[in-house]
Design a binder for this molecule. Structure first.
Ligand code: ZN
Length: 308
């Protein structure tokens, strides 16, 4: 761990600069959700280990549990301690009030999600939120979402989502709302099927559609619901224009499995940090592996996506 002042240029790169740089390098920024300090420690430790930037995300539910301002303060403090860029996103924000709360707390980006509404209402509500958060912080990046990729980063019985984003919709939506980042539906889905947790099935992406959307939208693209996606599809999606990839369920699966093992190891163990340390390590391994893949480093086929 090195003080930030001793290293050149780290910590002062903005999220926009980082995304632009990674795009030229043929890489994507890994976005990992956290709901407590165990997960946050795991994500930041993976960034420190791989020396790659990370995007820490928290949805409304995750933010409510950890605390909006508390999470911003923890990330700010970790930025000062670790010599890798750590950015913070208010993932899946469904109201203007929650978007403003995150902007005021110092988040680098807000994922504005009115994708459940009809297109026109989605445009109107997203545009309103974009203008409001940029009035608080002109450097903040605003994300908007169109299409259906299902809800909840959980283990599911059946596949969700359906309506894929068209390149024309993407163009109209970006122009009308002023967003910096677009989250399209391109074969991705929130959560994982049981077969995906077991590593027997993988999600496949519509890479051609990603390339077309990139061309018409002309903004950064983020891929939600990345857990359980085929490694090769991730590589192709990044080459086609994906800038950010969200991984949540894989972390949750690793968290639950390792917590169960840790608790079962010694029924008399009551020291929280002794129980939780292996959980941090287990989640960190998933994050590190995904980060390496998103930055074009070789990853063995079974390294991720078969976490159970
Ligand atoms: Zn998502």
């Amino acid at each position: 761990m090195t003080a930030i002042g001793t290293l050149p240029n780290t910590g002062i790169e903005t999220l926009r600069d980082a995304l632009t740089r990674l795009e030229t390098e043929g890489a994507a920024l890994g976005h990992f959700n956290v709901a407590d300090e165990v997960l946050l420690k795991a994500v930041v430790a993976a960034a420190a280990e791989t020396k790659l930037p990370v995007f820490v995300g928290a949805s409304e539910g995750e933010r409510e549990f950890i605390g909006v301002r508390q999470l911003a303060a923890l990330v700010k403090s970790m930025r000062q301690e670790f010599d890798v860029p750590i950015f913070l996103n208010a993932d899946h924000t469904h109201s203007l009030a929650k978007a403003m709360e995150a902007a005021n707390a110092g988040f680098d980006a807000v994922g504005i999600d009115f994708s459940a509404l009809p297109f026109d209402q989605n445009v109107a509500r997203t545009k309103e939120a974009v203008q409001a958060i940029k009035a608080v912080n002109p450097a903040i990046l605003a994300e908007g979402e169109i299409g259906d990729i299902g809800t909840g980063s959980e283990i599911k019985e059946t596949a969700q989502g359906g309506k894929l984003t068209t390149p024309e919709e993407a163009r109209q939506f970006v122009e009308a709302t002023g967003i910096d980042i677009l989250a399209p539906a391109v074969g991705n889905m929130h959560g994982m099927l049981k077969s995906m947790v077991q590593g027997k099935a993988k999600k496949h992406l519509d890479v051609e559609r990603i390339a077309q959307i990139k061309q018409t939208a002309g903004v950064f693209l983020t891929l939600h619901g990345g857990s359980g996606t085929d490694n090769e599809h991730f590589r192709k999606a990044i080459a086609a224009g994906i800038n950010i990839i969200h991984i949540n369920t894989e972390l949750r699966v690793a968290w639950r499995q390792s917590l169960g093992e840790s608790l079962a190891r010694d029924p008399n163990e009551v020291v929280p940090y002794k129980i939780l340390r292996p959980v941090v390590d287990s989640v960190k391994q998933v994050v590190s592996s995904r980060l390496r893949l998103f930055h074009g480093e070789p990853v063995s086929a079974g390294a991720v996506g078969s976490v159970a």
